[in-house]
Design a binder for this molecule. Structure first.
Ligand code: C5P
Length: 240
């Protein structure tokens, strides 16, 4: 398969067409952004780390029966995925209060929630990705009721699988964001990436932050934190 022209450039990835109409070629960038693109930096090695971590997690989920766009990792910073139309919804699952939940509702960061919650955000940079509910999704026609039902079932299932997987590696899965897409047959597939850019991951003993909050809050070296995660997941390209 060959890489053809670029179709799209996002904040963290570039997407290329390939000679297979149903497959796109993704290249992970070394760019880090936060606060809706207001804070930006180039961090050497970030693309490689996220590509490998996301590969490990998508392969795990595939083994456990979660259908996704993931096909295979093809180099340190690249992977092939099935072409899908991404639904403009960010699905956030939260186990422990942090980030915008802690801020919005005044719940202390680190407080374990009485139960896992799910939130939807409208993926729209101009609007700053606002929090939305099922009625908003319905009137904006962002997804059908059936798709939303499947999305929420899958999101909670993925949370169970990832929470127990990370717990075995002495990591707490605080919260994370998922995206879903629809393939040419209308099948809903988990898409995008699952990495320390899209999850909050804390060391189980010390609560050390091992995710993008290191960059957002300037807590130290982002690549050191991501390397720690990759190492605990048994990643092969660890440099430390
Ligand atoms: O910022 P907030 O607390 O709402 O983020 C919840 C979770 O979703 C975090 O793990 C964060 O990394 C992730 N997220 C993301 N992309 C966004 C917004 C949030 O990956 N655009």
């Amino acid at each position: 398969m060959e890489k053809l022209e670029q179709l799209y450039e996002g904040k963290a990835k570039k997407i290329y067409r390939t000679t297979d109409e149903q497959v796109v070629w993704i290249s992970y960038k070394d760019s880090a952004t936060a606060f809706n693109g207001e804070k930006k930096a180039e961090i050497q090695g970030k693309g490689r780390l996220n590509n490998e971590i996301s590969t490990i997690l998508f392969e795990l989920l595939k083994e456990k029966g979660i259908s996704s766009h993931f096909v295979k990792r093809i180099s340190e910073t690249e992977q092939l995925v099935k072409k899908v139309k991404i639904l403009p919804i960010e699905v956030v699952i939260r186990n422990i209060a942090a980030g915008t939940l802690a801020k919005r509702l005044g719940i202390p960061e680190g407080q374990i929630l009485p139960r896992t919650i799910l939130e939807y955000y409208y993926k729209n940079d101009d609007l700053g990705d606002p929090l939305i509910n099922e009625d908003h999704i319905d009137i904006l026609e962002l997804a059908t009721k059936e798709q939303l039902q499947q999305i929420s079932e899958q999101a909670f299932k993925i949370n169970e699988l990832l929470t127990s997987y990370f717990a075995d590696k002495q990591v707490k899965l605080v919260d994370f964001k998922l995206e879903f897409g629809v393939d040419e047959n209308g099948q809903l597939l988990l898409a995008d990436e699952i990495s320390p850019d899209t999850c909050r991951l804390w060391d189980a003993e010390t609560n050390e932050k091992l995710d993008k909050d290191v960059f957002r809050r300037e807590l130290g070296s982002l690549t050191d934190a991501y390397e720690k995660i990759l190492k605990r997941l048994g990643g092969l390209s660890c440099t430390k």
